[in-house]
Design a binder for this molecule. Structure first.
Ligand SMILES: [Zn+2]
Length: 318
């Protein structure tokens, strides 16, 4: 049996997941597409327990939690709210801030909204392991820093993000983004090797950090002209990323930037498969656990300069 289908519109979504029972049914269909089978004795009849959050095998008494391994496990929030959050995180363009989410679903606690969104984002970290192939554009960009400050390579107070994107004719293929410590050849080649299949064509600008790529086993195409014209796909991805970070999140702290990069890449790479994205966010495919609140706030670093530290949005504790 295939996975259950995914609502095409927000109206359909609202109708389909209107109560806890419908959400539960969807969870069960997703986790056990061929119907529940006891993992201990393979019997297929069960009782509902604990307000239907547990299934108990009628033959041997084994109990299986419907939400184990998902983002929703042990949460006090209703499934309907989790489903809305996952829907908004994966399909709402250009993404959802915790404050917007809190307002839209009428949550009273900002912390609850923030933690829920971060748990969903943590599930998105599960990487698409295939390296990029075909023709790939690679470049770096600087996130943050004072507007009037020095720009370009070596700029102080900014976070460097390396990016690689597949070129599929006029459109962009898959994207990878990562925070990097510097723009040395060692770091940039490391980023390329980790994310791009050996032997493919890699397009970069003339920065010296890239000169070793040919030796490293790539067909290196170094561009001398204006960057935005010669590397259009990666530049569009960087530009949209910055617009999203500033416009939706009003800047994010350095600590949380990797999580936002993951979310951005995730949505970018699955912009044509919303159903798979929704299920991944909820943890219905990966069995990955989300971080705890303590894990999220154990260490707080300073916000980025342009992030006009806004305690309401994405930089709690900084
Ligand atoms: Zn059993």
């Amino acid at each position: 049996m295939p996975r259950p289908d995914f609502p095409r519109t927000i109206m359909e979504f609202q109708k389909r997941f209107s109560d806890e029972g419908e959400c539960l049914k969807y969870l069960i269909d997703s986790r056990w597409p061929d119907g529940f089978v006891c993992p201990r004795c393979t019997h297929d009849a069960f009782y509902w327990k604990e307000g239907r959050s547990l299934l108990q095998c009628k033959a041997c008494g084994y109990q299986a939690s419907v939400t184990a391994g998902t983002a929703m496990h042990r949460s006090k929030q209703p499934l309907t709210l989790w489903f809305w959050a996952a829907y908004l995180v994966t399909t709402h363009t250009p993404g959802m801030s915790a404050l917007q989410f809190k307002r839209q679903v009428g949550l009273s606690s900002y912390q609850t909204a923030f933690t829920m969104l971060h748990k969903l984002r943590a599930a998105l970290v599960k990487k698409d392991r295939d390296k990029l192939h075909g023709t790939v554009e690679v470049d770096e960009t600087y996130i943050g820093g004072k507007e009037a400050g020095p720009g370009g390579r070596g700029a102080y107070g900014k976070v460097i993000v390396a990016g690689a994107v597949e070129v599929r004719g006029e459109v962009a293929g898959r994207l990878r983004l990562r925070v990097i410590p510097d723009v040395t050849a060692h770091t940039l080649e490391g980023f390329v090797k980790e994310n791009v299949e050996g032997g493919v064509t890699v397009k970069t600008d003339a920065w010296m950090g890239y000169v070793g790529l040919e030796k490293a086993g790539y067909h290196h195409y170094m561009l001398m002209g204006s960057k935005s014209e010669s590397l259009p796909h990666i530049h569009r991805a960087f530009s949209n990323l910055k617009t999203w970070l500033i416009g939706t999140h009003h800047g994010v702290s350095e600590q949380h930037l990797p999580a936002y990069l993951n979310e951005y890449v995730f949505r970018f790479n699955r912009r044509r498969t919303p159903m798979a994205a929704f299920q991944t966010a909820l943890g219905l495919i990966s069995e990955r656990k989300g971080p705890t609140y303590k894990g999220l706030y154990g260490v707080a670093k300073g916000g980025l300069a342009w992030a006009h530290p806004n305690p309401r949005d994405g930089s709690l504790g900084s």
